[in-house]
Design a protein around this ligand. Structure first.
Ligand code: SPV
Ligand code: MG
Length: 307
């Protein structure tokens, strides 16, 4: 869809789009986007099988990918203004709902500004994780020193964010790091219920194990007491579980959090090395798209069909 078609790119139309998808009741399928080009891939990718046509429902603006594409580590170093610039690039060319990876949310006093800005520009949701101090990527697990926030502090952050909002569209989703930090299932569940009580619009549970058992246990136990709060998973490591299986465990949103950048980088590196090895670019051409295709990949807007 063009971003002006039916006003799809306007903030008031983008913002509630995630809630509308959730109301339909199926799995909401999200893929990371870190630039205008990657957003176009998420927007337009389609696969038709014998019984259905599948596409992505929205985009994840990952802290890992948004940092990596800028050549920076994923430690909340890329500031909010730069992160917003990425969102703007994405919104200029694509219409699907955006879930923003808000890291820890920062200081509560700063968080209330961030949520207001994200809501105003038309982002649908922010996910914040219950860590404090110098944040490292969760997939390091306990190999990196990371500190979990207290339930009280994090609940206060959620409540303050909710109070700052102007609409019912924007969602604040609480991400629980208890399994990442090896604090156990009971701690994860206790936090999930507390954060929901504090007003979180959904819960993301994360794990870095390759077996999905602890995630499945969490979902089943959470659903025994809470049948409605949207549940989010990021199956980077427990990647053998299908969307349909996740749905069966009570999951609502599946985020493929880093796959476009992880697949692009190896080919770019191989191309650079091939040019060095051969002192020419003939051999590298095999991995490249044809020039004709890149020239017409992004069509120009015309006066009849404005962007
Ligand atoms: C991200 O994509 O930046 C995430 C998910 O936060 S993870 O990398 O698994 O922590
Ligand atoms: Mg992140």
């Amino acid at each position: 869809m063009s971003i002006n078609q039916n006003g799809a790119g306007l903030p008031e139309n983008r913002r509630p789009a995630l809630r509308k998808l959730l109301e339909k009741g199926g799995i909401v399928r999200i893929l990371e986007a870190h630039s205008g080009l990657s957003a176009l891939i998420v927007e337009n990718a389609k696969v038709t099988t014998s019984n259905e046509t599948k596409s992505f429902d929205g985009m994840w603006v990952s802290s890992l990918c948004d940092s990596t594409i800028k050549g920076k580590p994923d430690i909340e170093l890329v500031d909010f203004s730069s992160r917003l610039r990425t969102i703007d690039e994405i919104m200029e060319v694509a219409t699907k709902p955006i879930i923003f990876d808000g890291d820890t949310g920062g200081q509560t006093e700063h968080f209330v500004y961030s949520v207001k800005t994200l809501e105003r520009v038309g982002v649908s949701a922010i996910i914040i994780e219950d860590k404090m101090g110098l944040k490292k990527n969760s997939l390091f697990g306990t190999e990196a020193e990371q500190q979990q926030d207290t339930i009280e502090n994090f609940s206060h952050k959620i409540k303050s964010g909710k109070n700052a909002l102007k609409t019912k569209d924007f969602m604040i989703i609480a991400r629980i790091e208890s399994l990442i930090l090896e604090q156990g299932l009971d701690d994860a569940l206790k936090r999930a219920f507390a954060y929901s009580e504090a007003g979180a619009d959904g819960i993301m549970i994360h794990s870095r194990r390759s077996e999905p058992d602890e995630i499945i246990e969490f979902c089943k136990n959470f659903r025994k007491k809470n049948s409605s709060a949207p549940l989010v998973v990021v199956p980077t490591t427990f990647n053998n579980v299908t969307e349909e299986e996740f749905h069966g465990y009570g999951v609502n949103i599946v985020i493929y959090a880093n796959h476009l950048i992880r697949s692009a980088y190896p080919v770019m590196k191989q191309t650079a090395e091939s040019i060095l090895q051969n002192s020419r670019c003939l051999e590298a051409d095999k991995a490249c798209m044809p020039i004709k295709e890149i020239l017409t990949l992004i069509p120009e807007a015309t006066s009849e069909n404005p962007h």
